[in-house]
Every structure is written in structure tokens, then in C-alpha cells.
Design a binder for this molecule. Structure first.
Ligand SMILES: NC(=O)c1ccc[n+]([C@@H]2O[C@H](COP(=O)([O-])OP(=O)(O)OC[C@H]3O[C@@H](n4cnc5c(N)ncnc54)[C@H](OP(=O)(O)O)[C@@H]3O)[C@@H](O)[C@H]2O)c1
Length: 227
């Protein structure tokens, strides 16, 4: 049984992934609040990844770093603190986690790291300057670490479009908005967290041993198609 560390397993995509993984793995979740999932294979640590000391763990086979942000404002209303906060939670938190668990991850069989970007890196979207800048850095980090850790640790990212999680609740707050958001995608849908969790489960699994340094667009056609 593998031990998978999910930073951000209390909500959204991370919580869906916890549920998927629990069937066949030990799962360690780190977040500021509890997932309220009770399962013998789940250990939860209450910890703010930016401000607290990370828990010591004996075994980690894969790391999934979920914390992120959707801070959408015109550039005239974004201040240095917005950029700094987005960079901290998306990039520096991930760096801290990787550095902290690197030595035990190196001892695992087929270890891997998974992070999250956004479609707004590949496709320019108004009001995304801060989050797109930080997620662009996440993609750079993924590529660089994938090269540095090859052939031992695989490092990849998923770049989702809008996903129905607490983070995106404001963007999907009523039926009209939901219809509008689905309609801008060529596949006429946005994502559910379970779909992203299934993809994450595959990427960190031994079935995906051919992939490292990849950013997997889960874009419902948004970036890839013009119809
Ligand atoms: N949802 C979307 O539309 C969308 C689109 C594109 C990309 N993404 C990316 O996908 C990833 C997952 O997004 P999501 O929608 O699932 O987000 P979410 O619902 O906000 O979940 C984020 C998770 O991270 C944890 N977290 C946040 N700050 C933390 C901290 N300082 N210390 C420890 N844990 C922390 C949260 O738990 P606590 O609050 O309990 O700490 C929560 O479990 C993010 O990187 C996001 O940028 C999401």
C-alpha cells in the first residue's frame, strides 16, 4: 500500500482525491481544517503550510500540492500584496513541502509530485494577472524539478479550467452563471472535482511512469480548440 501526501485534502479537488485514493492507499492530508472524512487509511494533520512547521512523516510515496487561489481583479486594483500572497500559496508553499519531504520521497518506489496550474497560463484572460503569474511560476517549477529529479521522482502538473469547488464558488453562484461558464467552453461544460481527482490519481500512479515535466491541460476545449 502506497502512502500519498495530499496538501489540501480538506476541500475541493484535494478532498475528491482523498476519497479516490483511500480505497487502495494510505493517505496523509495536511490542511488548516478537517475534511471530516473518517477512514482507517486516512491521517489528517491540521497545519497552515505557509506558517507552521510541517509534520514529520515516516513514508511518503507521492506528494500532491493543492492549495491555490483565484484572485481576479483588474491590474489597477491588484497591489504588491496580492501578487505576494498568490506567489506564497501557489509557489512558496509547494517549494517548502517538496524541500521538507524530499529525502523520504527519494526512498520511495516510483515516487512522484503533482501540482496544479490553471488554463489562464496558456490562454490570456482578463483580470488573471496575479494568479496567472504565480501559476506560470508553478509550471516553471514543475519542469525544472522534473529535470532535476529524473529519473527518480516524476513531477507533473494538471492545469484545470473552472472546477466546481469552494474556491470557485463565487464564479458559479447561480444557475445563470453556471450556464454561462459552461457555454464558453467548446465542450459546453466545466469540471467537477471528481474528474480532476481521477486524472490526478492516474498521474501519480505507476500507470503513468512515462510522464514527467508535463502540464496536463484539463480545459474542456478552452485552450486547445477554436470552434
Ligand atoms: N477550482 C477551480 O476553478 C480551479 C481552476 C484552475 C486551477 N485550480 C487550482 O487547483 C488547485 C485546487 O483547487 P480547489 O478548487 O480544489 O481549491 P480549494 O477548494 O480552495 O481547496 C484548496 C485546499 O488547500 C488547502 N489550503 C489552502 N491554503 C492552505 C494553507 N495555507 N495550508 C494548508 N492547506 C491549505 C485548503 O484547506 P484549508 O482551507 O482547510 O486549509 C483546501 O483543502 C488549486 O491550486 C487551484 O489554484 C482550481
Amino acid at each position: 500500500m502506497k502512502s500519498i501526501l495530499i496538501v489540501g485534502g480538506s476541500s475541493g479537488i484535494g478532498k475528491s482525491l482523498v476519497k479516490v485514493l483511500l480505497e487502495k492507499n494510505k493517505v496523509i492530508s495536511i490542511s488548516r481544517t478537517s475534511s471530516k472524512i473518517s477512514h482507517p487509511n486516512l491521517t489528517e494533520h491540521t497545519c497552515d503550510v505557509l506558517n507552521h512547521i510541517l509534520p514529520e512523516l515516516a513514508v511518503v510515496d507521492s506528494i500532491v500540492y493543492c492549495p491555490g487561489s483565484i484572485n481576479l481583479k483588474p491590474i489597477s486594483r491588484l497591489n504588491q500584496e496580492d501578487f505576494s500572497n498568490d506567489f506564497s500559496i501557489n509557489v512558496l508553499g509547494a517549494v517548502k513541502v517538496v524541500q521538507h519531504y524530499l529525502s523520504i520521497l527519494k526512498n520511495a518506489i516510483n515516487p512522484s509530485i503533482l501540482m496544479f496550474s490553471t488554463v489562464a497560463v496558456k490562454m490570456g484572460m482578463p483580470f488573471h494577472a496575479s494568479v496567472a503569474a504565480s501559476k506560470g511560476a508553478v509550471e516553471g517549477l514543475v519542469k525544472s524539478l522534473a529535470a532535476e529529479f529524473a529519473p527518480t521522482i516524476r513531477v507533473n502538473a494538471i492545469s484545470p479550467t473552472l472546477t466546481d469547488t469552494p474556491l470557485a464558488a463565487k464564479l458559479l453562484r447561480n444557475d445563470k452563471l453556471k450556464e454561462m461558464r459552461a457555454d464558453v467552453h467548446p465542450l459546453k461544460k466545466y469540471l467537477q472535482p471528481d474528474e480532476v481527482a481521477e486524472m490526478a490519481n492516474f498521474i501519480i500512479s505507476d500507470k503513468a511512469m512515462a510522464f514527467s515535466g508535463q502540464v496536463f491541460e484539463m480545459d474542456c476545449g478552452m485552450v486547445s480548440l477554436k470552434i
